[in-house]
Design a protein around this ligand. Structure first.
Ligand code: 4NP
Length: 156
């Protein structure tokens, strides 16, 4: 399984989603591939936001070594599933899709756990440390449930 997490800047939500999923699949001894990207190019080559790094550190998930990159069309072939954090990321990714197969790979992260809920992972960038912590816990829950769902789907 090859999973790509996508947000706007690739410095807050998607690197945290990547770090959490990496930790969970490593603990479960799965050989899945996980990466993250941003739809925008503002933070290409940058480390994650220091507030997200600190929050991960506080709760046991390290993301300091990750570097920002921009989502590109090749990602449709490199990954089996592409998770968008919010609806804006979702439509930005879909605007680059050219085939039915590519369209079918793109999902809202929330919808994978709560189908058709259309809920979003809020952007904490202009928020407080409490917002970063709540995004961490939300992503921790969602990635745990998605890991379990993907394991079930594979073995069914
Ligand atoms: P992210 O958050 O999409 O969760 O990485 C943001 C990071 C940077 C900006 C916006 C959102 N920005 O405008 O630079």
């Amino acid at each position: 399984m090859r999973i790509l997490m996508v947000c706007l800047g690739n410095i807050c939500r998607s690197p945290m989603a990547e770090g959490l999923m990496r930790r969970k699949i490593s603990e479960a001894k799965l050989d899945w591939i996980v990466d993250s990207a941003g739809t925008a190019n503002y933070h290409v080559g940058s480390s994650p936001d220091h507030r997200m790094i600190e929050t991960g550190h506080k709760f046991g998930t390290s993301i300091h070594a990750l570097k920002g990159r921009q989502f590109c069309v090749d990602d449709f072939d490199k990954f089996d599933v592409i998770y968008a954090m919010d609806k804006s990321n979702f439509s930005n990714i879909l605007s680059l899709a050219q085939t039915e197969t590519q369209f079918a790979k793109v999902r809202l992260l929330f919808d994978e756990v709560f189908p058709k809920s259309s809920k979003e992972v809020p952007d904490p960038y202009y928020g407080t440390m409490a917002d970063f912590e709540s995004v961490y816990h939300l992503l921790d829950d969602l990635t745990e449930q998605i890991k379990n769902k993907l394991i079930n789907d594979k073995t069914r």
